[in-house]
Design a protein around this ligand. Structure first.
Ligand code: FES
Ligand code: FES
Length: 152
């Protein structure tokens, strides 16, 4: 089937199988590998993207459900060669180890700070509770969020 949607501000068309997830379409058909596939069952948040401005796990959305809608992936956050502020603070704070969780976390943090410019620590923890990181112990990740928050 054919899916027409907007991805990172550009119109895109993809031929997909009816059972393909949005994540599969983004990575394999539209060649946007930023969103990661770590569990494919909505548990880890590594595939987080914005669908019509709502944070979703792309592995839990059918590609067909994105037809006519707007998707923003981690690739769409940077402004040309300029990193998104949250990407920059993740680098600065050393919040990246293997990097598998990072794209999903960056999208989730960017979404949080857009909705809640000055979140409490509890709000940050709640907002990121669906994003699992096996490497960092989260300390540097929360440092990166705080830094991004301070710079807004
Ligand atoms: S790959 Fe989608 S939540 Fe883990
Ligand atoms: S940096 Fe490896 S899973 Fe988070």
């Amino acid at each position: 089937m054919r899916v027409s949607l907007t991805v990172n501000g550009a119109p895109r068309v993809a031929d997909v199988w009816g059972g393909d997830s949005l994540l599969t379409m983004l990575r394999d058909t539209l060649e946007l590998p930023g969103s990661k596939n770590a569990c494919e069952q909505g548990e880890c948040g590594s595939c987080s993207v914005l669908l019509d401005g709502q944070l979703v796990c792309a592995c839990l959305v059918l590609a067909a459900q994105a037809d006519g809608h707007e998707v923003v992936t981690v690739e769409g956050l940077a402004n040309g060669n300029e990193l998104h502020p949250v990407q920059a603070t993740f680098v600065e704070a050393g919040a990246v180890q293997c990097g598998f969780c990072t794209p999903g976390l960056v999208v989730a943090v960017a979404d949080l700070l857009e909705r809640v410019p000055d979140p409490s620590e509890d709000e940050v923890r709640e907002a990121l509770s669906g994003n699992l990181c096996r490497c960092t112990g989260y300390v540097k990740i929360f440092d990166a969020v705080r830094l991004a928050q301070e710079r807004r």
